[in-house]
Design a binder for this molecule. Sequence first.
Ligand SMILES: Nc1ncnc2c1ncn2[C@@H]1O[C@H](COP(=O)(O)OP(=O)(O)OP(=O)(O)O)[C@@H](O)[C@H]1O
Length: 229
Amino acid sequence: MTLRRPPLPRLLLDNVSCMRNAQQILRHVNVSLHDGGALVLSGTNGSGKSTFLRMLAGFSRPSAGQILWNGHDVTQSGIFQQYKLQLNWLSLKDAVKEKFTVLDNVQWFELLEGKQGKSLPALELMGLGRLAKDKARMLSMGQRKKLQLARLLAIDRPIWLLDEPSVALDDDGVKLLEYIIAEHRKKGGIVIVATHLPIQIEDAMVLRLPPRFPRRMTSVDLLGRADIL
Ligand SMILES: Nc1ncnc2c1ncn2[C@@H]1O[C@H](COP(=O)(O)OP(=O)(O)OP(=O)(O)O)[C@@H](O)[C@H]1O
């Protein structure tokens, strides 16, 4: 009888800690995600959800531990180049160009990705098909969020990092978000969502970050306080 090794997790956080502005935000986090997996980061304002996502996106490094993609440390430069091409990042800054049409705002990202043909179907799925030719400045906040979600679908990368994806969406919009997340996972995609709002994601791991409290000022803070210098 041959013993098969279990498959490596696609993404593994191995005892990861993270600092921001000289304060510890995450301590010794261990998470393993296989294809089709989902992780929900919850917690109060300022608890570190966005910091966690930024670290996964490579904007900062863990202060301890490792983030492994297919078993490789993502902070190694050769690996990082490949890893970042797996990521689809939805942030609170929507990067919507108001003078461009709604369609151009999605198609531009798709073209940068070397892809074509998915932007209009993605906008239609998100209920923005009829606004495709309108200038993006005409969109409401919820519609702008749907435009961002259409970009996720058009770019179509495997690991979604979503920072507060349901903010500004109405109930039907949230259901649509939950639907596209479920469909992405069915195709083997991984989804990591930071949110303080309820969201239905089947079998998702939930990591609740503890609240953070005001702390003593650091030298970094003091340098930024002109009033006390
Ligand atoms: N640009 C920054 N520079 C330094 N510190 C920051 C910066 N942005 C946030 N922080 C600090 O990092 C900590 C975590 O913030 P973060 O934005 O990750 O929290 P969050 O859980 O995403 O909050 P929210 O629910 O309000 O979006 C907070 O204490 C915050 O003050």
